[in-house]
Design a protein around this ligand. Structure first.
Ligand code: CUA
Length: 377
């Protein structure tokens, strides 16, 4: 098999060549002009010479610039061919763009949204599509950029020859969330990639149709308080427990968070999604303003009970019960007598705990009285 030539090196080479030639011309022509101004100044040359025709000179100033321009074209064309010729052994990843997230689908069906993991040393083909407006898939580190247009199938490829984490950006203004439409490209050793690709989704908490009628009785919404909006939240304080139900126009995950200190930091999160008729739910904790992790990773434990969920007609509904005071270091105690901050979020498309949210709202809520005040973001 022919060795794969990395076209991103060609992009750099072409750029350096064009800038180099430009600099040589800039300084050469400027120096020549200054020299002529001094040498042929009026005090030395009171009568200007009238020179007409010089075949050798005329050929030189036609042929040399033509050769320079053609050499630039050749370098660009050669690199362009490299960028458009996908090696046969490339890993093909489907990338769907939508306002304002990427969905990466691997050949085995695995999907991610916030990270694109690829094996080091193997060419990667990116097959692009858009679900709505025009986006542009841009990885500066590998010198690749391509539009994603609805109804068109565009592609690009790159050779991830150095390991590390790099930015994936959207480079076409696509709406208010454009600047947040980013993801991480992680180039990892092939063995790590294989293990990552084979890693299964978490086990479902509760299969559809197995909801205990006793649980459903607890979730009689006529006895619940509620926040009703695009995404709704219903709750009831029941002794030391809080029964919650989330409802959102989403096929992806839905989540509620309680009492953040800044951004997502310090908040207790419950995230859930329904996939193939099964409910997946996790108890998370906000470890930074922009990140949350499963409780058990932080030395806590999953405190969810009575989990159930359904997804129909584009609506996801999930119910669960949590303790008001779990005593867990990775949970915040909920005081029903005082106002708490409630965060609601969902992702419209993808079933993955690591997917981004494209909807989020915050409220001040009194769990005991049901008083709700929306917070400005
Ligand atoms: Cu998508 Cu900008």
């Amino acid at each position: 098999m022919e060795p794969v030539i990395n076209p991103s090196a060609g992009v750099d080479r072409t750029l350096i060549y064009i800038i180099g030639v430009s600099l040589v011309l800039l300084f050469g022509i400027t120096a020549l002009m200054i020299g002529f101004v001094i040498r042929y100044r009026r005090s030395r040359h009171p009568i200007p010479a009238d020179i007409r025709g010089h075949t050798g000179l005329e050929l030189a100033w036609m042929l040399i610039p033509t050769a320079i321009a053609l050499s630039m074209f050749y370098m660009g064309w050669d690199t362009y061919l490299g960028l458009r010729s996908v090696p046969a052994n490339a890993l093909d990843i489907q990338v769907a763009a939508e306002m304002f997230a990427w969905t990466f689908t691997y050949p085995n069906g695995k999907q991610t949204s916030t990270e694109l993991v690829v094996p080091q040393g193997r060419p990667v083909k990116i097959s692009l599509s858009s679900k709505d407006v025009i986006h542009s898939f841009y990885v500066p580190a590998f010198r690749i950029k391509m539009d994603a247009v609805k109804g068109l199938h565009t592609y690009l490829w790159f050779l991830p020859d150095h390991a590390g984490t790099f930015n994936i950006l959207c480079a076409e203004y696509c709406g208010l969330g454009h600047s947040e439409m980013s993801a991480d490209l992680k180039v990892v050793p092939p063995a790590d990639f294989d293990a990552w690709l084979a890693r299964k989704e978490p086990e479902p908490v509760q299969a559809k149709g197995e909801v205990n009628p006793e649980i459903l009785k607890l979730f009689d919404l006529s006895t619940f308080h509620s926040v009703q909006d695009t995404m709704s939240f219903y709750w009831k304080v029941d002794g030391p427990h809080l029964h919650c139900k989330l409802r959102a126009p989403a096929l992806g995950w839905v989540a509620a968070g309680f009492n953040p200190t800044r951004g997502m930091q310090g908040a207790d999160f419950i995230l859930a999604y329904v996939k193939n008729g099964k409910v997946y739910a996790e108890d998370h904790f906000g470890t930074s303003p922009v990140k949350h992790e499963p409780d058990e990773k932080l030395g806590g434990r999953q405190d969810l009970t009575n989990v159930f969920g359904i997804e129909s007609n584009g609506i996801t509904e999930v119910g669960f019960t949590i303790p008001l005071k779990s005593g867990d270091s990775a949970d915040t105690p909920l005081d029903p007598e005082h106002e708490i901050v409630l965060l609601l979020a969902y992702n419209s498309g993808i079933d993955d705990f690591r997917a981004k949210h494209n909807y989020r709202k915050a409220y001040r809520v009194n769990l005991a009285t049901g008083a709700v005040k929306p917070m400005t973001p």
